[in-house]
Design a protein around this ligand. Structure first.
Ligand code: AMP
Length: 352
């Protein structure tokens, strides 16, 4: 067990790190951010900040020597340097990073555990893409295997003809059949070092332009009916990775049951509602898990909860948002409100 007072290292310096650090501070921990960008919004709320490249071995070693445990808030942290941080424990284990960093490997991993993703095929050339569309059909979505997020690195393809005209990027890709879903939802769980698993209620998630716009709980009954199967798969993933911390799996709810979309080995935007809406937030339970503390209750703290992301200029409405006393406003402290950038979120509890 890592007692309060110790230092938690966090790889990555964005809003997820900031919210983990705020939860850690409540429990009496100090956090140290490691991030390659100098303007880290997580570092602003932490006691320590190492601003260095992911492959700077000396900086990594110095950072590790200040930490009792290390976690990550960003799944694209390169695996090789993370593996050098031992003997300081890195939780969740870097194997989870390795699986989740690559859309092809995460789909294969989930298939082996009995999960159902959209039909998919790896694409490394024009010929591969044509063959994938022949086999899977169109419409579909071509995605970069690595580093895509919030709808970036994705191309919708309506037909084989359209694919012919697409200049393929040189990075490895995966083609997926387009899923006809009636809703999207996520399973967020926390697994303790002792194997104890807690789930939060599954939120229905609405995306706009590939970016999460809103999450609400409780999800409609038709979605809730798919949660047990989705949870069973998430638990298998967590157990197969001997996972410690918060893990997220995103699903499409379809007439045929839950279709796996992707996983994130970390706290997740669709769980931000848990800060006010659950008895213990995803951030606090992540800290508890990686420090070996008992997990807190994940039950709903209200009848329902709604979380809305503030994207780009929407964050400028903070005064109007605060004029409604029922709104819980979270701003991440980012300087520039670029279009498509997650600047903050607003949570509302449904009390009756
Ligand atoms: P992703 O980055 O893979 O989570 O994709 C972002 C969003 O694009 C998803 O949340 C869906 O709304 C949509 N999307 C991604 N893949 C598919 C698919 N195979 N079929 C239908 N919609 C998809």
């Amino acid at each position: 067990m890592i007692p309060p007072g110790e230092t938690i290292g966090i790889l990555g310096g964005g809003q997820l790190g900031r919210m983990i650090a705020m939860a850690a501070a409540q429990l009496g921990y100090r956090c140290h951010i490691y991030a390659p960008e100098p303007d880290s919004i997580a570092a602003e709320v932490c006691g320590g900040f190492t601003n260095a490249a992911w492959d700077d071995r000396e900086a990594l070693a110095r950072f590790a020597s200040d930490c009792a445990v290390i976690t990550y808030e960003f799944e694209n942290v390169p695996v090789a340097p993370v593996a050098t941080l031992a003997p300081v424990p890195v939780l969740p284990h870097w194997r989870a990073l390795e699986v989740a960093q690559d859309r092809l490997s995460e789909k294969c991993f989930v298939v082996e555990l009995g999960g159902t993703p959209a039909p998919f095929a790896p694409v490394d050339s024009d010929a591969d893409l044509a063959a994938a569309i022949q086999r899977i059909g169109a419409p579909g979505i071509l995605k970069t295997r690595r580093e895509g997020y919030d709808g970036k690195g994705q191309w919708r393809i309506a037909s084989l003809h359209e694919a012919d005209r697409l200049p393929l990027p040189t990075t490895p890709l995966v083609y997926e059949g387009f899923v006809t879903f009636f809703a999207e939802f996520s399973v967020i769980l926390c697994r303790g070092a002792d194997g104890d698993i807690r789930y939060w209620d599954s939120a229905e998630n609405v995306h706009e332009g590939g970016i999460l716009a809103r999450s609400s709980v409780p999800a409609p009954a038709a979605v809730q009916g798919q949660v047990p199967d989705a949870r069973a798969l998430a638990a298998k993933v967590a157990e197969a990775l001997d996972y410690v911390g918060v893990l997220t799996l995103e699903f499409f709810a379809t007439e045929q049951g839950p279709v796996f979309n992707e996983m994130a080995p970390r706290v997740h935007n669709s769980g931000h509602w848990t800060i006010e809406g659950a008895l213990t937030s995803q951030f606090e339970n992540h800290v508890r898990a990686i420090c070996g503390l008992p997990l807190g209750d994940t039950a709903l703290a209200a009848k329902g909860v709604e979380m809305r992301n503030l994207i780009g200029d929407e964050a400028h409405d903070w005064a109007k948002i605060l004029s409604d006393p029922a709104n819980h406003l979270h701003l991440y402290g980012k300087a520039a409100a670029r279009p498509g950038r997650k600047m903050g979120h607003v949570t509302r509890l449904v009390l009756e």
